[in-house]
Write a protein that binds this ligand. Structure first.
Ligand SMILES: Nc1ncnc2c1ncn2[C@@H]1O[C@H](COP(=O)(O)OP(=O)(O)OP(=O)(O)O)[C@@H](O)[C@H]1O
Length: 481
C-alpha cells in the first residue's frame, strides 16, 4: 500500500477524493472505489498543495479509452510528503523506472489518411495525453505523398520514438525512408508507434489487439508506456529494386480486394468485404508460380511452437526491452540480400492452382481478417498463406471465420513458414499489393530480415490468439467444399 492516503479536494465536489495506491493499482475512493491499473497512470504534478493527476482509462468496460485528470488541493499532508507520494507513485507507474518518463517524440501526422481526421484526432485526444505524460513533441504534418519517406530518410537518431498519426501507407513510407538513411540499422532501432487514423490500420491491430486497435487513446498510452519490441521486416525485390515491406504482400483476390477497391475509400473498411465478394463471384485463379524456401509446413507444429513462445517455454522472441541505446559500434548498413533470383537449392515450387496468396507477419491484415494467426514478431520467418482454388462454396464457408483466423485449419488453406519466397507470373495480371501499396505483378522475390525494425508494444508479442486446434468432433466443419 502507499505510505498514506491523500485527500484531494476537487473544486466542484464537497467530499474529498481519497487517493491511495498499491504496487499495481491507483485507488480513487469517493462513494465507491475506482481502481486504475498503474500502467494507465501517466502523470502527476504538484505545486505546493495543488495536485493534477492524469490517467488513461475507461468509464465503462465498453467505452473507448479517454484521458482523466483529477485536479484539486491536498489538505491532509505537507507539500514534501506529497512530493514523495507522487515520486513513488510515478516510479511504480513507469515500471520501476524501466520506462523512461517524458519521452522525446517525433510526431508525423498525415492529415490526408483514412477519413482525413488525423490532425483533429491528434489535437483533441492524443496530444493532451502526451503532454500530461510530459513528453517532448516535435510535430510535423505531411504535405504530400512520399513526405514521410523523406522525413524518415534524414531523421535525427536521438528520438525515443516516432509517432505516426496515420494508416499503414505512411508506416510503409517511414520504413523505406529508414532503409535509405545514412545509418539504416540505427534508424530502424528507433521504435515506431502508430495512432490509427488510416483505413486498415493493420499494425495497430497487431500491436494493440482487436479491442483497442482502433482506439486512439489506447494507442497514445502505448506511446507513453510501450516497450520496444523487435519485429521482422522483409525485402521485396523486383526488377533489381529493393523495397521494405513491414506487413504483407497480397496476390490474386487478396490484392484485388485492396487495390481494386481504392476508388471506394469513402466506404471505409467495408470496401474490403465488397472487394472480397466481388472477387468471389469472378473466382479467377491467380496465374502465378509460387516457390519458397520453407522452414515449416506442418500446421500442428506451428501451433505448438506458437503456444510455447507465448508461454515463454522457449525463447523465440528477441527480448522485449526499454528503448535500446543507439550505438556507433553496431553494423549500420542494411543487411545484404541472402538469396539471388536464380537460387534454386532448397526451394520448393507449389504445384497447385491458387486463388490468392497473402505473405507477411502480424496476425491481422484488417479487422475482418486474421490471415497469419501463428505469426511471431521476430522469428525471422515469413508466413505464407495460400488459398487453393478449391470451390466458391469452400472459400465462402471460410469467410465468417476470417476475423478469428479459423481458415488456418481448413485443408484447402495452405500455410508455410519460410525464409524467402518467389513469384513468377504465368500470364499478365494486374498487381501485387505490398503493405496495401500498388506494385505491378512482375517477377519478384521476398526475404526476411530478422528483428530489424522496432515498434512500441504493451505486451511484447502480437495481441491476438490463434483459433483453437480442431478436435475430432469440430474438425468436420473445416472440411466443407
Ligand atoms: N498531405 C498529403 N496529401 C496527400 N497524400 C498524402 C499526404 N500526406 C501523406 N499522404 C499519402 O497518404 C497515403 C495514405 O496514408 P495513410 O497510410 O495515413 O492512410 P490510409 O492509406 O488511408 O490507411 P491505410 O493505409 O491503413 O489503408 C500515403 O501513401 C501517403 O503518401
Amino acid at each position: 500500500m502507499s505510505p498514506l492516503d491523500i485527500e484531494l479536494r476537487v473544486a466542484a465536489s464537497k467530499k474529498p477524493l481519497t487517493l491511495s495506491y498499491t504496487d499495481t493499482e491507483l485507488n480513487v475512493k469517493n462513494n465507491s472505489v475506482d481502481r486504475v491499473p498503474l500502467r494507465q497512470v501517466i502523470g502527476a504534478l504538484h505545486k505546493d498543495r495543488s495536485l493534477e493527476l492524469s490517467f488513461v482509462g475507461r468509464r465503462k468496460k465498453t467505452d473507448p479509452m479517454a484521458l482523466t485528470k483529477l485536479v484539486g488541493t491536498v489538505d491532509n499532508v505537507d507539500a514534501d510528503v506529497l512530493d514523495a507520494w507522487i515520486s513513488t507513485l510515478l516510479h511504480l507507474a513507469y515500471e520501476g523506472g524501466r520506462v523512461k518518463r517524458g519521452r522525446r517524440l517525433k510526431v508525423i501526422i498525415n492529415p490526408h489518411g483514412g477519413t482525413r481526421k488525423g490532425a483533429t484526432i491528434f489535437n483533441k485526444s492524443v496530444e493532451p495525453i502526451l503532454r500530461a505524460a510530459e513528453c517532448t513533441l516535435d510535430i510535423i504534418h505531411t504535405e504530400r505523398m512520399g513526405h514521410a519517406y523523406e522525413i524518415a530518410k534524414s531523421i535525427a537518431l536521438d528520438y525515443d520514438a516516432i509517432v505516426l498519426v496515420s494508416g499503414d501507407g505512411v508506416i510503409h513510407e517511414t520504413f523505406n525512408g529508414f532503409a535509405h538513411h545514412e545509418q539504416p540499422v540505427n534508424a530502424f532501432n528507433i521504435p515506431l508507434a502508430v495512432i490509427p487514423t488510416g483505413t486498415g490500420n493493420g499494425l495497430s491491430l497487431n500491436i494493440l489487439g482487436m479491442a483497442d486497435g482502433f482506439d486512439v487513446c489506447a494507442a497514445a498510452l502505448n506511446v507513453v508506456k510501450g516497450l520496444a519490441m523487435k519485429v521482422d521486416v522483409f525485402s521485396f525485390v523486383q526488377n533489381g529494386k529493393r523495397t521494405i515491406s513491414f506487413m504483407s504482400q497480397a496476390l490474386g483476390l487478396a490484392a484485388d480486394l485492396d487495390i481494386g477497391t481504392d476508388h471506394l475509400r469513402w466506404m471505409g473498411e467495408p470496401r474490403f468485404m465488397y472487394g472480397f465478394l466481388r472477387g468471389l463471384i469472378q473466382f479467377k485463379a491467380c496465374p502465378i508460380q509460387l516457390s519458397y524456401k520453407a522452414v515449416e509446413l506442418d500446421k500442428n507444429k506451428m501451433f505448438d511452437d506458437f503456444q510455447q513462445c507465448r508461454t515463454k517455454a522457449v525463447d523465440c522472441n528477441v527480448a522485449q526491452s526499454e528503448i535500446p541505446p543507439q550505438s556507433a559500434n553496431v553494423e549500420t548498413a542494411l543487411p545484404p540480400l541472402k538469396y539471388s533470383m536464380t537460387d534454386e537449392e532448397g526451394w520448393t515450387v507449389l504445384d497447385e492452382p491458387i486463388l490468392y496468396v497473402y505473405a507477411g507477419t502480424g496476425p491481422y491484415v484488417g479487422r475482418d481478417l486474421m490471415t497469419f494467426p501463428v505469426s511471431l514478431p521476430n522469428d525471422g520467418l515469413i508466413d505464407i498463406a495460400v488459398q487453393l482454388a478449391s470451390s466458391r462454396s469452400d472459400v465462402l464457408a471460410a469467410a465468417p471465420g476470417g476475423p478469428k483466423g479459423e481458415h488456418f485449419w481448413r485443408p484447402n488453406f495452405k500455410y508455410i513458414k519460410a525464409y524467402a519466397y518467389r513469384v513468377k507470373p504465368l500470364e499478365p495480371h494486374k498487381s501485387v499489393a505490398v503493405d496495401g501499396e500498388f506494385f505491378p505483378l512482375e517477377e519478384f522475390q521476398v526475404e526476411t530480415h530478422q528483428a530489424l525494425a522496432t515498434v512500441l508494444s504493451p505486451h511484447g508479442y502480437y495481441a491476438a490468439e490463434p483459433p483453437p486446434r480442431p478436435s475430432e468432433t469440430t474438425k468436420n466443419r473445416y472440411n466443407s467444399r
